[in-house]
Ligand binder design. Structure first.
Ligand code: RAM
Length: 329
């Protein structure tokens, strides 16, 4: 009898510990995106889930506002603070507006990093850029210029006017414009990473600038909407749509000729790396200039003086390779 009691007690103990490992002890990492419903971020979430599976004992909370505003993200952050998550990895709609709420999160012991679209240095422990900003800025202009042997007018269709990443890339693009003689940037407009607004902004560009030769959209939402607007306007062959897109979303535009080429990095790897970094920093990995933080199968991130690191170079897609990639992301 005594023996049986002992067995029951041991079983109960084992059950308790199994339960705590499986749920309450999980590290909860919130992957906060610019807005829900964007394919690029869904691909990144897939990568974050891969990281969680590899690490074990990690739960990814994929969340974000319904539109690409800082206000929406502040609400999300406040709710994550109230839930007491362990880490927040955010792609920001504004570099400064989120700083007070993210500082509050850090003061409660929550690890905060930004990835994709950054937060100002005092609002996060580190930032992960997808690639070198200067390289992305040059790439988006080169993609347009490569198909404009005689030069001409180009316009930029961006995401939101406060998006950290797009604003930096546009700034870098403007710096290298003088290297592309004959390429004339006539306007920059904002579609807020909403399909319908981006589509209307692309239509507006076509009517305001009748000599437009290219629309450059450094956003996966904008490039897709612009290629649709150009197609619907019957301007394939006249206006080339380029910038940053997902092969899975852009395959039709490449087939139709609305888009000759575009670029992107691997969003799955980016989400995987962001989750790995958030996990390792929450587990005590040191941040600070010069420190190196493990990113699992993606190697490690070495932080610069601004506590930033960059991943890989953007890759260019066109009719020759899009079929190989359109089923991946
Ligand atoms: C959209 C978002 C994201 C950006 C990509 C290229 O999905 O704006 O932040 O990195 O485009």
């Amino acid at each position: 009898m005594k023996f049986l009691v002992k067995i029951i007690a041991l079983t109960a103990m084992a059950m308790t510990s199994t339960f705590s490992v499986a749920s309450a002890d999980d590290m909860r990492i919130a992957l906060v995106v610019k807005a829900l419903g964007i394919g690029f971020f869904e691909a990144a979430a897939k990568g974050a889930e891969e990281a969680a599976e590899e690490l074990g004992g990690v739960k990814i909370i994929y969340t974000g506002p319904t539109d690409t505003t800082a206000e929406g993200q502040i609400e999300v952050i406040n709710s994550l603070i109230a839930q007491g998550v362990d880490a927040i990895a955010i792609s920001a709609n504004d570099p400064d507006a989120l700083v007070p709420s993210l500082k509050k999160a850090m003061s409660r012991g929550i690890t905060v990093i930004s990835w994709d679209s950054g937060v100002a240095a005092d609002g996060r422990q580190m930032h992960l850029n997808p690639s070198s900003n200067a390289l992305i800025g040059n790439t988006i202009i080169k993609l347009a210029a490569d198909h404009m042997p005689n030069g001409g007018d180009v316009a930029i269709l961006s995401a939101s006017a406060t998006a950290t990443n797009q604003n930096i890339w546009i700034e870098e693009a403007k710096k290298v414009l003088p290297n592309y003689s004959g390429i004339n940037l006539v306007a920059t407009v904002y579609g807020d990473d909403l399909s319908d607004k981006s589509y209307r902004e692309a239509q507006g560009l076509m009517s305001s600038y009748p000599n437009l030769k290219a629309i450059i959209a450094p956003t996966t939402v904008g490039i897709l909407a612009a290629s649709q607007a150009v197609t619907d306007a019957g301007k394939i062959g006249e206006i080339n749509v380029t910038g940053l897109g997902l092969p899975s979303e852009m395959a039709g535009a490449v087939d139709s000729g609305a888009t000759k080429s575009f670029a992107i990095w691997n969003p799955i790897d980016l989400g995987y790396s962001a989750a790995m970094l958030a996990h390792n920093i929450a587990n005590g990995a040191k941040t600070g200039p010069g420190s190196s933080i493990d990113m699992g199968k993606m190697g490690s991130a070495t932080l610069d003086d601004n506590n930033e690191a960059a991943m890989s170079d953007p890759f260019t897609y066109d009719a020759s390779n899009i079929d190989q990639f359109k089923t991946i992301f």
